[in-house]
Design a protein around this ligand. Structure first.
Ligand SMILES: *Cc1c(COP(=O)(O)O)cnc(C)c1O
Length: 463
């Protein structure tokens, strides 16, 4: 079994022990720039602004709950990843974190590539003009229709996840007279996360082909025998919300050793390796993520060193950050509806959204923070739990955070770092209308995904 690649423990993960909460921050009004998107500040009125726009005006115009996405921050993060990895590597944004046509256009303009994992994500990407050769298709159970769509569109790579899929993709490619570029997704036996539900590379999981029991090597043999497939590389994705590079080190070593085995057995040096995504962000002030520059340097060093040791040409590296790009760029704005102090415990603050717009707290025990953003307050801190309006006691948005004790119905609060896996995983539970995503830049706010309407819901319900 692999050594633990993540010795840091719960402090560096989404999970904290039951009853855990930090001491109150020294200044409740401060918006920590590590947690909030880059253009967020407080104005002279004490209200928060993003992209130069006051959240009170934004709430007035777009309603609550709503996600506000800082376009300048998104683009800056794209550029930081691009320039950190340079021309000899590719950065694939993981579309599952949050995908919309505007996002696809920004990615296209900023020189990033794009991962999709369904035919419908692919449809959004193509519709918004991402060149097909910059798209990679993922997934552990791609349908033949999805494969057909990807092959005929001319996607740059399909990441193969099973023996059956090798045959399916080969058949579709052959039928269309295409030599499809593919990678093989392997599991390297590293779980770079402390949370079972979102770790994705130890062997007891649905994704990939295991290195350890020879499945990966067998997949390589099978792919190399098929004329309609061009094997360009090996793919590994080891987890999510990772801060420590040790897991990538082990993964890279094992992937490179497969490349060496492939060379020895087949006389081919595969030209690419993809080390996946999963790089962590700051959900609270406790988290201390690495900069892309740091990550690129570490990954390049690891891969170069391992290849030199194995006497292999250094392959072209790719990475797939999702959360690390979009996560920090958005916050969710809510209006407070009720404030219910429970003597000796905490105060329950109910907002006008909940688990339908942020399932991560309920699903992964994720940590978030919250701030009063429509005004400042000098009132003493009160230990609070921000909950939604759903008929479910697990409907918690922020488990434990401090808010000022004069908080009242009608105040606006915001939860930062909700750009990834919040709108993307939003549901219609209780027939909630999924909130809009509003892109904000340079004093301009623009809806990029509109709020669902009652009409939308009734149209689906055909009676
Ligand atoms: C989910 C996923 C990613 C992105 O993960 P983040 O934690 O958002 O960076 C990248 N690659 C693959 C294959 C994934 O499944």
């Amino acid at each position: 079994m692999s050594r633990s690649a993540h010795p840091a423990g719960p402090r560096h993960a989404d999970v904290l022990p039951e009853g855990h909460y930090q001491a109150p921050p020294s200044d409740l009004n401060r918006l920590d720039p590590r947690v909030w998107s880059r253009t967020v500040t407080r104005n002279d009125d004490g209200a928060a602004e993003v992209g130069g726009l006051d959240v009170r005006a934004l709430a007035e115009e777009f309603g609550t709950p709503a996600y506000f996405l800082d376009e300048a921050d998104f683009r800056a993060r794209c550029r930081a990843w691009r320039s950190a990895f340079g021309q000899d590597a590719d950065v694939f944004y993981a579309g599952k974190a949050f995908l919309s046509r505007a996002v696809v256009r920004w990615l296209t303009e900023e020189g990033l590539n794009l991962d999709v994992c369904s035919g419908t994500e692919l449809a959004v990407a193509l519709d918004a003009g991402m060149p097909a050769e910059r798209i990679a298709l993922h997934g552990n159970n791609k349908s033949t229709a999805e494969i057909e769509r990807a092959v005929t569109a001319g996607v740059g790579r399909i990441v193969l996840d099973s023996y059956q899929e090798i045959v399916r993709v080969a058949a579709v490619a052959q039928e269309h007279g295409v030599r499809q570029r593919v990678q093989i997704r392997v599991t390297v036996g590293v779980e770079a996360h402390t949370h079972e539900f979102i770790a994705t590379a130890h062997e007891d999981q649905k994704f990939g082909l295991a290195l350890a029991d020879g499945m990966a090597a067998e997949a390589v043999r099978r792919v190399l025998r098929l004329d309609s497939l061009e094997l360009v590389g090996i793919h590994s994705h080891i987890g999510s919300q990772i801060f420590d590079m040790a897991g990538f080190e082990v993964a890279a070593r094992r992937v490179v050793s497969l490349l060496a085995d492939v060379r020895d057995e087949h006389g081919v040096e595969l030209p690419e390796i993809d080390l996946g995504g999963g790089l962590g962000i700051a959900y609270t002030s406790e988290d201390d993520p690495r900069e892309p520059q740091d990550i690129a340097k570490a990954l390049n060093e690891i891969v170069t060193r391992e290849c030199e040791a194995a006497d292999l040409r250094v392959p072209r590296l790719s990475v797939e950050p999702g959360r690390a790009i979009v996560g920090p760029t958005a916050f969710t704005l809510y209006e407070v509806g009720t404030v219910k102090p429970l003597e000796g415990l905490r105060t329950y603050v109910s907002v006008d959204g909940g688990m339908s717009d942020n399932i991560r707290t309920a699903l992964y025990d994720a940590e978030y923070t919250v701030a009063l953003v429509s005004r400042t307050s000098d009132a003493p801190p009160m230990l609070s739990r921000v909950v939604g309006k759903h008929c479910e006691s697990g409907d918690i948005v922020v488990k434990d955070a401090f808010l000022p004790s004069d908080l009242a119905p009608g105040d606006l609060v915001a939860v930062p770092a909700t750009g990834a896996y919040c709108r993307a995983m939003a549901s219609n539970y209780n027939h909630a209308l999924r909130p809009p995503v509003v892109a904000v830049a340079d004093g301009d706010a623009r809806v990029i995904v509109r709020r669902e309407t009652e009409d939308d819901l009734l149209r689906l319900d055909v009676g």
